[in-house]
Design a protein around this ligand. Structure first.
Ligand SMILES: O=P(O)(O)OC[C@H]1O[C@H](OP(=O)(O)OP(=O)(O)O)[C@H](O)[C@@H]1O
Ligand SMILES: NC(=O)CC[C@H](N)C(=O)O
Ligand SMILES: [Mg+2]
Length: 510
């Protein structure tokens, strides 16, 4: 799912890097594997700092001092394609034409043909397995077609039109052209989120921001903001203190289908995406889930409701309210351990759950407990949690999920290449309960989940992870290739991080 961010300051004598760093902290939950910032200073010179790790580890004070300039972009990576190698940290850079950097949230699902196109038609070398490097090179090759000494906005929009024509999948991107300006664009179905905002000064000048979630804009004082529409792009000039950004609907909106999983798990509750408050959807999920629980079992069987912190807390509290049962903190989260689901390998995920969540014996012993989580994916969390609850003396454990059973790949931004890793894959709900070791599992229905999130403007969502039907479809062989690459990368997981890439501008040399 990744986080992307871009800031252009009106006052070109100001440095943008500290504010990009602060913004990254607000987006850290979207990607913990790698972080990167690229800035643009005088005479179009680009500066970068990126590599594996969380923002606070990658952006040390010393490295930040080297990030010069009033305009810059940032990326927090959760790998979905390729590996978690250092060389796939973003933003990516190509020197020709004009010097371009790109940060991408999402996943392309026609990478097989795009790779062939890069090789056979436009003769560009792609040095990693990342789909984002492909995307950047596609944009570069489209821009190159104008064969101009200097580009203008029209050329950039035309190049983006080419990108939209060639790419299939989910993409919300921020980019930067050396000395020229910043760009933002969103895929024609609006699968991944991207917002644009401005911050005004008394003299009438404005700073501009692009971000994956509204929470960053709001917290940084960019109080006027909106979502980019599916298929829409914006160009923010480097001298944005003098010239205004230009928006263009580059291709017609195909549909408006934000990924439902943003509301279930990805996004922060204090964000509003596509006009929908994440927090309110999670409250609704709790109410609907409780109604479903009442249909599926006798609520008298439940003594206490507990959540799996953090994401499920909002939903669990509202579920308890609706059920008229006490809500208790049954597990205390260690705030120094990050999100487990987005960790790159299973071994790390399993050991992290126990380090991260510690049972409160006093709230569990002798009780019939309903545990509420936002989703059950691989079952790593739920299995451990249920075992811990039982070890702590719970008499019975029921497990409710605010999302429906997950039986399919998430192709637009979750690392779920292998469906066999999903605990519900090929299993009935009873079999899942058996596998997890609890008395009962209750899932939210998809219709209910959609009802919790929809508005007058948006009534459809990307729900392929629940149904196997994806809004863009996938090219033949894509899923097989993804699984093959995943297996390959898993085998060399330890080496991947230590590998030395060629270091041509994309090096994460720190
Ligand atoms: O079935 P699984 O494969 O374990 O995945 C699902 C779990 O992973 C996520 O939690 P995570 O720890 O990533 O983050 P959170 O603290 O935001 O809930 C999610 O909230 C579920 O708890
Ligand atoms: N989660 C994401 O948005 C990932 C972006 C890109 N597909 C990568 O793997 O780097
Ligand atoms: Mg969780």
């Amino acid at each position: 799912m990744c986080g992307v961010l871009g800031i252009a300051l009106a006052d070109q004598s100001n440095g943008v890097a500290p504010e990009l760093f602060d913004g990254c902290l607000f987006l850290q939950h979207r990607g913990q594997d790698a972080a990167g910032i690229a800035t643009c200073g005088q005479r179009g010179r680009l500066y970068q700092c990126k590599g594996n790790g969380m923002a606070r580890d990658v952006f040390t004070q010393h490295r930040m001092a080297g990030l010069v300039g009033s305009m810059g972009i940032a990326h927090l990576r959760y790998p979905t394609a390729g590996s978690s190698a250092n060389s796939e940290a973003q933003p990516f850079y190509v020197n020709s034409p004009y010097g371009i950097c790109l940060g991408h949230n999402g996943n392309l699902v026609n990478t097989l043909s795009l790779r062939r196109y890069m090789d056979e038609d436009v003769h560009r070398h792609i040095n990693t397995d990342s789909d984002s490097e492909l995307l950047l090179n596609l944009f570069a090759s489209e821009l190159e077609k104008h064969n101009k000494y200097r580009v203008n906005n029209e050329d950039i929009f035309l190049a983006l039109e080419g990108v939209y024509r060639l790419c299939r999948g989910g993409y919300a991107c921020v980019g930067m052209l050396a000395g020229f300006g910043m760009i933002g664009f969103r895929d024609p179905n609006g699968i991944r989120p991207l917002l644009f905002g401005e911050r005004s000064y008394p003299d009438g000048t404005k700073d501009y921001m692009l971000a994956s979630e509204s929470v960053v804009l709001k917290a940084s004082g960019f109080n006027v903001y909106r979502d980019l529409a599916p298929g829409e792009a914006v160009i923010i000039p480097k001298d944005c203190g003098k010239s205004a950004p230009e928006f263009k609907q580059v291709v017609p909106m195909n549909s408006y289908r934000p990924d439902l999983f943003e509301y279930v798990y990805f996004a922060r509750p204090d964000s509003v995406l596509d006009g929908i408050s994440v927090y309110h959807t999670r409250l609704q999920m709790g109410i609907k889930l409780a109604e479903n629980i009442m249909k599926n079992m006798d609520p008298n069987e439940i003594d206490v409701v507990v959540s799996v912190p953090d994401t499920a807390r909002t939903c669990a509290q509202e579920c308890a309210n609706t059920l008229q049962k006490p809500y208790r903190e049954g597990f205390v989260k260690n705030r120094y351990v990050g999100r487990t689901f987005i960790m790159p390998n299973q071994k790390e995920r399993v050991s992290s759950v126990r380090r991260k969540l510690n049972p409160m014996e006093s709230e569990l012993r002798g009780k019939k407990v309903l545990i509420v989580d936002d989703s059950i994916v691989r079952g790593t969390t739920s299995k451990e949690i249920i075992t811990m609850a039982k070890e702590s003396g719970a008499l019975k454990v029921f497990f409710a999920s605010a999302a429906p059973a997950i039986r399919f790949n998430h192709i637009y931004g979750i690392d779920l290449a292998d469906t066999k890793q999903l605990v519900a894959y090929n299993k009935s709900t009873e079999e899942v309960a058996n596998e997890l070791g609890c008395e009962k599992v209750i899932y939210q229905s998809l219709n209910d989940l959609i009802d919790c999130c929809k508005t007058n403007e948006i009534s459809k969502f990307e729900v392929g992870v629940f149904t196997g039907n994806y809004v863009t479809g996938v090219e033949d062989g894509y899923l097989l290739e993804l699984e093959r690459m995943r297996a390959l990368n898993k085998a060399k997981q330890c080496d991947a991080k230590a590998e030395f890439d060629i270091g041509l501008y994309n090096a994460a040399d720190y």
